[in-house]
Design a protein around this ligand. Structure first.
Ligand code: GTP
Ligand code: MG
Length: 194
């Protein structure tokens, strides 16, 4: 699987547009503005591929990318952005639920992106508990590593592991979508499902 050959396929707003076929599914979830789209851009090696914005709530569809017919990369709308209207939030969360309902059995791995600078939020905890309840394989990506000093990194990772009640087997990758730190580890994690 050559990530440089990733193509944007479409933005889905309803189940009829969700992925089909048996290519692996890699799903990216996380709080709004945490850097899901930036992480995908870093993986693919192209800026501006998945839309990034300083305005949270940019990804309002299920954005679907395909890698050489071998894998789907799924960029879900961000959760937990308080300034989005209640109706909009309900719509996104219904869309996220629908995606999981329709495609769950095909998911190879869920990447939960969190902000390495902060204790995971209640929404992050809910998401991780939900993934665990369904026994889906997950990896936590602690993004925005470039914002921390070296000495702050290990305590931050410990806090994330503790708060999300991660077992030893759940990978936790310190990552910077901006600088590319952790990219090799993330790619290796994705390739390990083949
Ligand atoms: N310093 C730094 N900034 C980052 C990093 N990753 C993302 N950002 C910034 O964080 C903001 C949000 O990034 P996005 O990739 O749009 O976040 P998202 O999770 O896709 O957001 P939604 O689509 O709204 O859910 C942008 O201003 C990015 O430039 C990182 O590793 N380091
Ligand atoms: Mg996004």
């Amino acid at each position: 699987m050559n990530l440089n050959k990733t193509k944007f396929i479409r933005s889905a707003a309803s189940p009829k547009d969700f992925p089909t076929g048996d290519a692996k599914r890699f799903v990216f979830v996380g709080r709004s503005n945490v850097g899901k789209s930036s992480t995908i851009n870093c993986l693919v090696g192209k800026k501006g591929f998945a839309k990034v914005s300083s305005m949270p709530g940019k990804t309002v569809f299920v954005n679907m990318f395909n890698v050489e017919d071998k894998a789907w990369i799924i960029d879900l709308p961000g959760y937990g952005y308080s300034k989005t209207s209640k109706d909009e939030r309900a719509r996104y969360s219904a869309l996220i639920d629908k995606y999981f309902e329709c495609d769950m059995e095909n998911i190879s791995r869920i990447y939960v992106i969190v902000d390495i600078r902060h204790k995971p939020t209640a929404d992050d905890q809910t998401m991780v508990e939900w993934i665990r309840a369904y026994n889906l394989p997950m990896t936590i990506v602690a993004n925005k590593l470039d914002k921390l000093k070296k000495s702050q990194v290990q305590p931050a990772l410990d806090l994330i592991r503790e708060t999300l009640l991660l077992d030893e087997e759940t990978p936790l990758i310190a990552f910077s979508a901006d600088k590319g730190d952790g990219r090799d580890a993330l790619v290796a994690d994705m390739l390990s499902v083949f």
